[in-house]
Design a protein around this ligand. Structure first.
Ligand SMILES: Cc1cc2nc3c(=O)[nH]c(=O)nc-3n(C[C@H](O)[C@H](O)[C@H](O)COP(=O)(O)OP(=O)(O)OC[C@H]3O[C@@H](n4cnc5c(N)ncnc54)[C@H](O)[C@@H]3O)c2cc1C
Length: 504
């Protein structure tokens, strides 16, 4: 990591403030991923994290969907996660089983791996990349000016950055201080989750009643009990207590089973909210800071990781002066609709959760529908994040979608598409006449690979598509241009995404 002051930086308002290109508030999955993306692109980034250590108390996300594994694969680190988890084909969406098998991805399925391990592996990765994380500190205030952001911390000295990104979770201080509205639906239901010990043997498994879903299961090591309870009334914002957990157990099961020794107790609600703007000048928000929703469908970590991968290369190009600052506006334009859809699905899942006879009938109907070919494949592709299409205009079905990871034959031997994205640089994949496309004015920024693709071009939920003669792939893996036998539109696409042509 770059530690010396960069002479290209604007003068800090506080000359004592340490300077960075980007300061990230929060080292959850989103902040860690963004830090990695920026470090790969050679950007000087510092992370401020409230927790004294990376260790996560309690369990949150239980796994990674296919597109998340793909974005990690694009950077060459998916194997670390796969080695520590367990791939499963079926997944529950609000009590409805959804089969992910057969999706056109190397990572079809869900990797069961808890968030504590996801964060640990991401933290190890960014440590290898030399990113500095200030743990046990927090961003308390900031002030933007024309040149940068002065960031105040609770413990450490102020920092100065070109951009500040709030990856600081659902109650994001950064979002609030930036004055970004957070509209959405209030909580109508709350759930308690905990890991505890029980003095008496309870009935294991799922239970539904008029309040909703409850479950009791042993932890993986068999030492404790993982509890999920739907509360009869929406709980408050304060940390839940053992007394509240005992009451909720008694309300759901008629006994508190002698609950004691909680490792942790937490509460989540069905509130869904989304930031009205993902950017306010030099301040951006990502992950839960930009969107909150209940965990049904397991979308929170995935959406945050993909926000980070969308934003990282754009910030890097703006900081390096390759692209105008307006490139950052495409972050909101592309990711806000994705977040909106995640919230819509979460609301549908909440409606399907209830235990009354009408909802039961609806869930049975959904189960039937989601076992049929096309509805299953479309819904699975959507939940896996494999069907996302950014609006780059009309054209070939690949345009705006994620590039499939096909096997390639190159002069240097066999390869894969994702091999070309390891270092988060743009990629021109020329599948036609070798040396047929001239990208000399962008050669310093865009990697060019001449290759032949092996296998069929199949997109999840769409099916086979016409093989392209060339594709321009952004560092986030989305296709920015498709060549169909010439270079029509290539120079404008290169300029739009990767800056004006270099002189000479
Ligand atoms: C019970 C439960 C189950 C879940 N299950 C799933 C699941 O199966 N799949 C899934 O994808 N998601 C799931 N989620 C959601 C998932 O945990 C979140 O979406 C995810 O953690 C969001 O990541 P993030 O990095 O954006 O925010 P967070 O993980 O909230 O990280 C924010 C970080 O910022 C730090 N911070 C806060 N304020 C400041 C500040 N001012 N300065 C510096 N640091 C600060 C915090 O300490 C924290 O480390 C679940 C959540 C819960 C509660």
């Amino acid at each position: 990591m770059q530690q010396t002051p960069d002479p290209a930086h604007p003068r800090a308002a506080n000359p004592a403030a340490a300077r960075h290109d980007v300061v990230i508030a929060g080292a959850g999955p989103t902040g860690l991923m963004l830090a990695g993306e920026l470090a790969l692109a050679g950007v000087d980034v510092a992370v401020v994290e409230r927790r004294p250590r990376q260790d996560l108390v309690g369990t949150r996300a239980g796994g990674l969907h296919a597109r998340s594994l793909e974005v990690l694969d694009q950077r060459g680190i998916a194997g670390r996660f796969v080695a520590q988890g367990r791939m499963v084909q079926a997944f529950q969406f609000a009590g409805v089983a959804l089969d992910f098998g057969g999706l056109a991805s190397r990572h079809a399925g869900v990797l069961a791996l808890s968030q504590v391990h996801i964060e640990r592996l991401l933290a190890e990765w960014i440590a290898e990349l030399g990113v500095l994380v200030h743990c046990g500190d927090e961003v308390t205030a900031f002030a933007q000016d024309d040149d940068g952001v002065a960031v105040e911390r609770a413990v450490g000295a102020p920092l100065r950055a070109r951009y500040l990104v709030g990856c600081d979770g659902g109650r994001s201080r950064v979002r609030q201080l930036a004055g970004i509205a957070f509209p959405g639906c209030e909580a109508s239901v709350s759930n308690l989750v905990a890991e505890v010990e029980l003095a008496q043997e309870p009935p294991w498994g799922l239970r539904r009643d008029a309040a909703g879903l409850h479950s009791l299961a042993r932890t993986e090591d068999g030492q404790r009990v993982r509890v999920l309870l739907t509360e009869r009334q929406v709980g408050g914002a304060a940390e839940p207590t053992l007394g509240e957990l005992a009451q909720a157990l008694a309300a759901a099961y008629g006994s508190d089973f002698g609950v004691h020794a909680p490792a942790w107790i937490s509460r989540f609600t069905d509130a869904t909210r989304q930031a009205a703007a993902y950017r306010q000048g030099r301040v951006l928000v990502a992950g839960d800071a930009a969107h909150v929703h209940p965990p049904d469908g397991g979308q929170g970590v995935q959406t945050g990781l993909q926000d980070a991968v969308n934003l990282g290369w754009k910030l890097a190009q703006v900081i390096r002066g390759v692209s105008p600052d307006s490139l950052l506006d495409t972050y909101h334009a592309e990711r806000h609709p994705v977040g909106e859809r995640v919230l819509r699905n979460a609301r549908a899942a909440i409606a399907l959760r209830a235990g009354d006879p009408r909802t039961l009938a609806l869930r049975e109907l959904m189960t039937e529908l989601l076992s049929m070919g096309e509805p299953r494949e479309r819904t699975a592709a959507m939940m896996a994040g494999l069907d996302i299409r950014y609006d780059f205009g009309d054209g070939h079905p690949l345009l705006g979608r994620r590039m499939p990871d096909l096997d390639l034959r190159t002069a240097g031997g066999p390869s894969r598409v994702f091999d070309g994205l390891r270092d988060a640089r743009p990629l021109l994949l020329n599948l036609g006449e070798p040396a047929g496309l001239d990208i000399a004015p962008w050669a310093g920024r865009v990697r060019r690979v001449d290759a032949a693709a092996v296998g069929t071009w199949t997109l999840p939920a769409i099916g086979p598509v016409t093989p392209p003669a060339a594709v321009l792939v952004r560092p986030d893996g989305h296709v920015a241009w498709v060549g169909e036998g010439g270079d029509a539109g290539l120079a404008p696409a290169l300029t739009r995404w990767f800056g004006a042509p270099a002189a000479g």
